[in-house]
Ligand binder design. Structure first.
Ligand code: AMP
Ligand code: MG
Length: 309
């Protein structure tokens, strides 16, 4: 699959109306819809399998940090992408950070403060469900700060992401691209399905009215902030399986490039475990004495899974 076609070149102007929201690999052209979908799901499963083993190495090696940014219009499929692409991975090495309307303490700081705190640690993959980009999207569309101020943020964001990259973080950003018709279908579906109704917010209809304003904000975001090291991919997302395939393929390529390796085992490891190996010297030592604590005191040392910033 040629993923380059989805990548936004640095400074390239983007006309989202020109980019299809629906895509299928051409090899599936001749298949009926149901068969094509089944094929797509199979391919996604292959990618997530490979992602799983790459992620295991990444976690074991504890060297690289990977940041995945997901942005989309409401109902664009961020949650579904997280479920389908990251759900099959080991929960130990993957973390999702969701960015909502800023809380009081968050609003008391600069807009990148809460974001930087969620950046991935060594060996970790962090998925941003929404991100600092809201600060040039919803904030712009609703005029929450004046234009002069949000316009400067493109530069802050480029610099911020460059800082992360310079310090060892790999960044990939996905814009899930759906059509207005597809959004209408998905909103209707949320109204109709009892298990999806909770997701329906009246605000979503108000937001839909601002479709064109969001379009303009996304286009500027893509042009201003797609860089060589932190590229945006515009993912045709009307078809959920095709969307998952593109996202998982880009991630597989990204992790393959990092080529994470299991660390070398300690020197002179024994080849067998001798059941007769005495545990801590004497049998007595295994029985906790009434005065000794049953739980070892915690050591305040940073560990790989709990790095101290
Ligand atoms: P959801 O993703 O559906 O749970 O909704 C989260 C809401 O938080 C969305 O309506 C976002 O637009 C909003 N949000 C996220 N970040 C910001 C921000 N920096 N400023 C204002 N609203 C935000
Ligand atoms: Mg919502």
């Amino acid at each position: 699959m040629n993923i380059e076609r989805f990548r936004v070149e640095p400074s390239a102007s983007v006309d989202l109306a020109e980019i299809p929201t629906l895509w299928r690999p051409s090899s599936l052209d001749d298949l009926a819809d149901e068969d094509a979908r089944r094929q797509l799901r199979k391919r996604v499963a292959k990618r997530t399998n490979e992602l799983d083993s790459l992620q295991e190495r990444l976690h074991a090696e504890g060297r690289h940090r990977v940041l995945v940014v997901l942005q989309a219009i409401d109902t664009g499929g961020k949650d579904g992408t997280i479920r389908n692409v990251f759900g099959p991975l080991d929960a130990q090495g993957v973390r999702v950070a969701s960015f909502k309307v800023p809380t009081e303490p968050e609003r008391a700081h600069d807009y990148l403060w809460r974001v930087h705190a969620q950046a991935p640690g060594s060996g970790e993959i962090t998925v941003f469900n929404r991100s600092h980009y809201e600060d040039v999207l919803v904030v712009r569309v609703h005029e929450l700060v004046e234009e002069r101020r949000w316009k400067r943020r493109y530069r802050h964001i480029r610099d911020f992401e460059r800082l992360l990259c310079d310090e060892g973080t790999t960044i990939v950003k996905f814009f899930l691209h759906i059509s207005a018709d597809e959004q209408a279908r998905r909103l209707q579906d949320r109204l109709d399905s009892p298990d999806k109704r909770w997701k329906f917010a009246l605000g979503d209809l108000e937001e839909r009215k601002r479709w064109n304003d969001y379009r303009a904000a996304f286009e500027d975001m893509l042009r201003e902030t797609s860089t060589r090291r932190a590229p945006w991919y515009v993912v045709p997302a009307d078809d959920k399986a095709a969307r998952d395939l593109i996202v998982s393929e880009v991630l597989v390529r990204t992790l393959r490039r990092l080529n994470p390796q299991f660390p070398e085992p300690e020197d002179a490891l024994p080849t067998t475990i001798d059941a007769a190996t005495p545990i801590d010297g004497t049998a007595d030592a295994q029985i906790p004495q009434p005065s000794s604590p049953l739980i070892a005191p915690s050591r305040n040392e940073p560990t790989r899974s709990n790095p101290v910033p």
